[in-house]
Design a protein around this ligand. Structure first.
Ligand code: ASP
Length: 436
């Protein structure tokens, strides 16, 4: 019989009714045997996420303040959940123990993970499932990378009949200290559980029916994506398409376990399938955009003849600990596109270093840049994609400041001024919504 891992996001578990709905989804299909819950999320726009309250608790303790307020809100929410759902979990006792351990923590990870831990206990009790604590079997090394032995250790714990609940978001380091993934990391736990349990499918239950071709805040009726590959999704997620953590594909990519993004509020919607390969009949799968980039433009006559010029420029970035995103070049020019958060206030210092080491004729910074990624596996087999994209931008009166097509031919990146971002995304979406 097939096996399914189901991860439920925070909004899908925010109150007792939503947890009941999630439990009904699990029970509706006997193959759904491995359940990964997030911490309860916001019940309404002005509510607080449990995880944020735990972070607040940690920061108050480290600042020498009394964390009574976040602790009281957390206690009340979990007591209410346990009561409404009629579970036997000893919330008060658990929170006593958590408060004691919190006094000895010097990183936020332990407290931050407790929302998933407590919610996991509640969901396991409700489903009559075995509770598997990831502290025992999802292991990180001291560099915070996943220890590959995790799959075997966790796999052994997930062997046998019945249902299993594995809380999302955390594991432990070689000293046994709790460590979390980055925010939104329960998606990654879901992937790890899917692989360790040898699931045939990883269902990621959230509050939307999958991905849309572009951000619905910019194009409200943007088409739903039925199917997308891991590689396409990674490009889009990296460029700002939220819904799934951008590292969630790594554990399932090797064994080729598909991820199905589903909506707990519309459980019959098929959602989006994320797969290893697909037949792309359309050149563009999605369009994602992100603000907050700066371009460093460097000009030097006969740069093309100077062996090692690029290396010197990149050496400056290494010296300042700065990552770069793209490096479009001309004969006598090199541009480097970097995230604003990477160069922070060091822009002038970087320019001075380039000046000193590379002796360019001219060097300037262009801040306020937005990058738009138009992504699609089908791009390489269609003629005229770049032409259509550029025409659409020209007709929308958007000036392209930089353009870059990756050698994978799966992605065209254009840089425009931030003020042009929305008009540009709309224009590209309209140009590729259909292809004939
Ligand atoms: N609860 C964690 C967060 O808010 C992890 C997750 O929900 O995926 O980031």
């Amino acid at each position: 019989m097939s096996r399914i891992t189901c991860k439920f996001g925070g909004t899908s578990l925010a109150d007792a009714n939503r947890i009941r709905a999630a439990a009904a989804i699990v029970r509706a299909n006997a193959a759904r045997r491995f359940v990964v819950p997030s911490a309860p999320g916001k019940r309404s726009d002005d509510d607080k996420k449990i995880t944020d309250l735990f972070y607040a608790w940690f920061h108050m303790v480290t600042d020498g303040l009394d964390p009574a307020q976040p602790r009281a809100i957390i206690t009340e929410r979990f007591l209410e959940l346990a009561h409404d759902l009629g579970t036997k979990v000893d919330i008060a006792g658990e929170l006593e123990r958590i408060a004691d351990t919190a006094k000895t923590c010097d990183t936020p990870d332990y407290l931050a993970s407790r929302g998933e831990y407590l919610n996991g206990l509640i969901v396991a009790d409700l489903l009559g499932a075995a509770f598997v604590d990831p502290a025992d079997c999802i292991k990180f090394n001291f560099e915070a990378q996943l220890d590959p032995r995790t799959y075997e250790m966790l796999g052994e714990r997930l062997d046998g009949p019945g249902l299993f609940v594995v809380p999302g978001f955390y594991g432990s380091d070689p000293n046994g200290e709790i460590r979390t993934f980055s925010r939104g990391g329960s998606d990654v736990t879901g992937s790890i559980v899917a692989r360790a349990s040898k699931s045939d499918l990883y269902e990621n239950w959230t509050d939307v029916s999958g991905f849309r071709m572009t951000d619905p805040r910019i194009v409200p009726n943007a088409k739903r994506i039925d199917e997308i590959t891991y590689a396409e999704l990674r490009e889009l997620a990296y460029m700002g398409a939220s819904v799934l953590h951008d590292e969630a594909i790594f554990p399932v990519r090797g064994p080729g376990i598909p991820i199905n993004i589903r909506n707990t509020n519309a459980p019959d919607d098929p959602g989006t399938m994320i797969v290893a390969t697909r037949k792309a009949t359309h050149p563009v799968a999605g369009i994602a955009a992100r603000k907050g980039f700066t371009m460093i433009n460097i000009e030097k006559t006969l740069m093309n003849k100077e062996i090692g010029f690029g290396r010197k420029v990149l050496g400056v970035l290494v010296e300042h600990g700065v990552n770069f995103e793209h490096m479009p070049t001309g004969i006598d020019t090199i541009s480097l596109i970097v995230k604003d958060e990477e160069i922070k206030n060091h822009g002038e210092a970087i320019l001075r270093s380039i000046q000193r080491i590379c002796e360019p004729d001219n060097i300037s910074l262009l801040p306020g840049l937005a990058l738009i990624a138009t992504v699609g596996l089908g791009m390489s087999s269609h003629v005229g994609v770049a032409a259509r994209l550029c025409t659409a931008l020209a007709e929308a009166r958007v000036n392209i400041r930089v353009i870059d097509q990756g050698s994978s031919e799966m992605n065209i990146i254009v840089g425009v001024m931030e003020s042009d971002l929305e008009a540009a995304v709309r224009a590209i979406y309209n140009a590729f919504e259909s292809w004939d």
